[in-house]
Design a protein around this ligand. Sequence first.
Ligand SMILES: Nc1ncnc2c1ncn2[C@@H]1O[C@H](COP(=O)(O)OP(=O)(O)O)[C@@H](O)[C@H]1O
Ligand SMILES: [Mg+2]
Length: 298
Amino acid sequence: MALVTRTEIEAFERKLDEAVRTGHADDLDVIGYGEITIAVKLSTPHGQFACKRLVPFSSRQAAERYAALIGSYVEQLGARGVDVVETQTRILERLQGHVLYCVQPLLAPGTLGPDFLRGKTAEEAAPYVQRIFEKIQASVSPTLAPDGQLSNWAFQGERLRYLDVGTPFLRDERGRQLVDFTEQTRALPAPVRVIVDRFMLREILSAYHSTRGQAVDFLGNLIKEGLGDIFPPLISVANAVFGLTPEITEKEVRAHYKSDARTWELMQAARRADRWLYRNILRKPYPYLLPPRIERLG
Ligand SMILES: Nc1ncnc2c1ncn2[C@@H]1O[C@H](COP(=O)(O)OP(=O)(O)O)[C@@H](O)[C@H]1O
Ligand SMILES: [Mg+2]
């Protein structure tokens, strides 16, 4: 399954690399800042694509293993009835390591979850949110989990598509993560990374494998997306679909959102400080693109 050719992705990588080195993302068509990756648009004569560059891997073997896990993740989500956007992985050898790209056909902007729900009342949004919850309910298990946040879903005609496969939440029967997440936290400055890897990662990850964790995170994330006024009425949809006891309350969602926002702020602040250090003290280009400061609502 080839969406883009090796020549196309290599030319794209050179452009992106240039932008990273100079710190000018202006020449790039950034379509989305995720929590970890950046999605950039690539236009070719045979269509438009979303290219997502993951953190460089230390060896080809690690990159290949990760690509294989993405393949398995897409397959397993599909088997649970999640309609995953066609995804191609590509590994490029670069000075900074083995760069892994996830390439997907570009989805039209209005179809992405947050765009799609914007301007809708809670009542209008409820059936769409319910469809997402049903897919989460069908796919979350001790060994598999999507990242259920609204920004990872798209409403394309009758289809509900899932697009975030860059972080495969997969565990074996004994509860061990198949992905070495410490490869991904390499984008964080060393002191922060140690804390995250050692104390926070396990808890963050286990929330994905629980429908309660998914529901609370989905609802809290609506505040971040500027959809805070439609979220309270959607709590009952979550309680109905997931059949949770005790039921989720607005207070629980707001408390989760506050602590999540604090963690995110802290990590971004650390990364900005790290970038400053690179540029002004080490006098080296900072090797990552950072999301712009976001205005958290609520
Ligand atoms: N195929 C796609 N078409 C259009 N936009 C996309 C596509 N894939 C990702 N995006 C945009 O980029 C954002 C981040 O991508 P995602 O795969 O969710 O990465 P992350 O793991 O960093 O959240 C998405 O929320 C969405 O806005
Ligand atoms: Mg995402």
